[in-house]
Write a protein that binds this ligand. Structure first.
Ligand code: NAP
Length: 281
């Protein structure tokens, strides 16, 4: 675990580590389940207590793997799950949440997100989230894959200002959000949760990271992760089913990038100069 525990603060005032564990593609293959559970448990041992999952992943299978991994450790875990936009109606959200709670074998989700914007009026989904909060089924709610205009609409709704995060695709090769969404979020104190922070493994093999990695005696994936975690108000949620990767990701918390590193990375992965629509994987 990092000597200096780096956290960011949710609008609720709660501090969360700038590193979490993702679970997309987890729970798809029974033969890999033991490894997936062991990797998540190792992450918890290393202090990476935020776990991100969704009802969509493996059709609920990922939530079941998470349940196994956090058995006996629920109270130390900060659980994030997501409702599909097709379930985002008042009744749909309630039902989806109950199903997620069952699969997760818990009585509450710490942060419940709308997976991406859909056709159900946002005000209805927000109302459903607030009702779940009042019932103690979720502690906080947020959104995912929302661009700046969608965030503007959200915070203008009754209780819309209770949004705790926006989970988006953000990494060195996907810097579009820096043009407006990231400054907008930072100004309002709403942390971004960066998904696919190593571009689903592609940045681990990208030679443009080699020089900075060599300076820190680190891997390219660690540099990609350190860069995301160095952005103000950003939480990275890499997925790692190999224990070696979990260890390396935890160790990336200790990498302090220098001004020279940031300049080199800006040259290799230039920041945006104009607005681009938010990308999604
Ligand atoms: P990612 O975390 O960028 O990449 C995962 C891949 O990178 C895996 O193949 C993993 O390998 C590998 N990896 C992890 N750490 C590594 C390291 N230190 N060195 C080398 N390779 C490493 O991609 P992601 O899974 O798409 O995104 C992360 C999480 O974000 C997801 O799991 C999910 O929870 C969330 N997400 C959310 C959305 C959304 O719409 N809200 C969309 C996509 C993802 P191993 O598994 O073999 O260890």
């Amino acid at each position: 675990m990092s000597s200096e525990i780096r956290t960011t603060t949710l609008p609720s005032g709660e501090a969360v580590l700038v590193l979490g564990q993702g679970t997309w593609k987890t729970g798809e293959d029974r033969g890999r389940r033991a490894d997936e559970v062991a990797a998540l448990r190792l992450g918890l041992d290393l202090g990476i207590t935020l776990i991100d999952t969704a009802e969509m992943y493996a059709g609920g299978g990922a939530e079941e793997v998470v349940a196994e991994a956090i058995t006996g450790r629920r109270d130390e875990t900060f659980l994030v799950s997501k409702v599909l936009p097709t379930n985002a109606s008042q009744a749909g959200v309630k039902r989806a949440c109950e199903n997620s709670l069952k699969r997760l074998a818990t009585d509450r989700i710490d942060l419940y997100l709308l997976h991406w914007p859909g056709t159900v009026p946002l005000a209805e989904t927000v109302e459903a989230f607030e009702a779940l909060k009042n019932a103690g089924k979720i502690r906080h709610w947020g959104v995912s894959n929302f661009d700046t205009d969608e965030m503007e609409e959200l915070v203008g709704l009754p209780s819309g200002g209770n949004v705790q995060t926006n989970q988006i695709l953000y990494n060195l090769s996907r810097r579009g959000p820096e043009f407006d969404l990231a400054p907008w979020s930072l100004k309002r104190g709403i942390p971004l949760m960066a998904y696919s922070p190593v571009e689903q493994g592609a940045l681990a093999r990208n030679a443009r990271l080699d020089a900075v990695a060599a300076r820190h005696n680190a891997t390219s994936a660690q540099i990609a992760l350190a860069w995301v975690m160095a952005q103000p108000g950003v939480i990275a949620i890499p997925k790692a089913s190999r224990q070696e990767h979990v260890r390396q990701n935890a160790a990336a918390l200790d990498i302090a990038l220098t001004a020279e590193d940031f300049a080199d990375l800006d040259r290799a992965f230039p920041p945006p100069t104009r607005k681009r629509g938010l990308e999604m994987i």
